[in-house]
Design a protein around this ligand. Structure first.
Ligand code: 5GP
Length: 191
């Protein structure tokens, strides 16, 4: 999506450890008008899939997931990250290793909000190795819900998580795919 690629080129900062910092519009300060355009793009791709729940993971997926849920007129659920293991029985639990924070989090969703009648679209801000999204897929499966697709703002293609999801036959929409990034700039995959 040209709008997002241009914004990443303008305001994104490439940090050490393959981290792309986009705090000025996606991760700390939110450019709501930009996210509305991203949400419309996601809606136009998945609008005929019968999506009735959008699921993301706290914290940075929440803004895009919330804005996108308005277009689908559906509820948005965010999985909570918790480091404790003594959970109640009323939750689905999976786990995800975070390369950006070097920690493994339990990922938790209340059973009350997700079940076998649900058609789910997963949304996140970034897709790198796929840990976070694989934990959400696990939770969708535990719930007996149907995964209709995944949408992310930025996929870091060189970390391979996106290609593994595509190889599983999952319908993945990445609004921008970074194939290479270093001090000389950012190269996007042609889509
Ligand atoms: P994965 O689980 O796919 O390895 O990483 C995705 C998660 O890590 C996202 O939820 C996102 O919050 C965080 N993340 C991974 N890479 C980056 C990055 O380059 N920049 C930012 N801002 N977040 C990232």
């Amino acid at each position: 999506m040209r709008l997002l690629e241009d914004r990443i080129k303008l305001d994104g900062k490439v940090l050490r450890g393959n981290v792309l910092k986009v705090d000025s519009f996606l991760n700390n300060q939110i450019d709501v008008e930009l996210l509305v355009e991203l949400g419309k793009e996601i809606y136009s791709r998945f609008k005929d899939c019968g999506v009735n729940k959008i699921v993301t993971i706290e914290a940075s997926g929440i803004a895009l997931a919330s804005i996108t849920a308005q277009f689908f007129h559906c509820k948005m659920i965010f999985a909570k990250k918790s480091k404790t293991s003594n959970m109640s029985n009323d939750v689905y639990v999976s786990s995800a290793y975070s390369f950006t924070h070097n920690v493994t989090n339990n990922v938790v969703v209340s059973k009350e909000y997700l079940g076998e009648k649900d058609n789910v679209l997963l949304i996140d801000d970034f897709l790198a190795n796929g840990e976070a999204l694989n934990a959400l897929i696990d939770i969708v499966n535990q719930a007996g819900a149907t995964l209709k697709g995944i949408a992310v703002a930025v996929e870091k293609g060189f970390q391979g998580g996106g290609d593994k999801l595509r190889a599983k036959g999952i319908d993945l929409l990445s609004l921008a795919i970074v194939d290479k990034m270093d001090e000389n700039g950012i190269v996007f995959r042609q889509q």
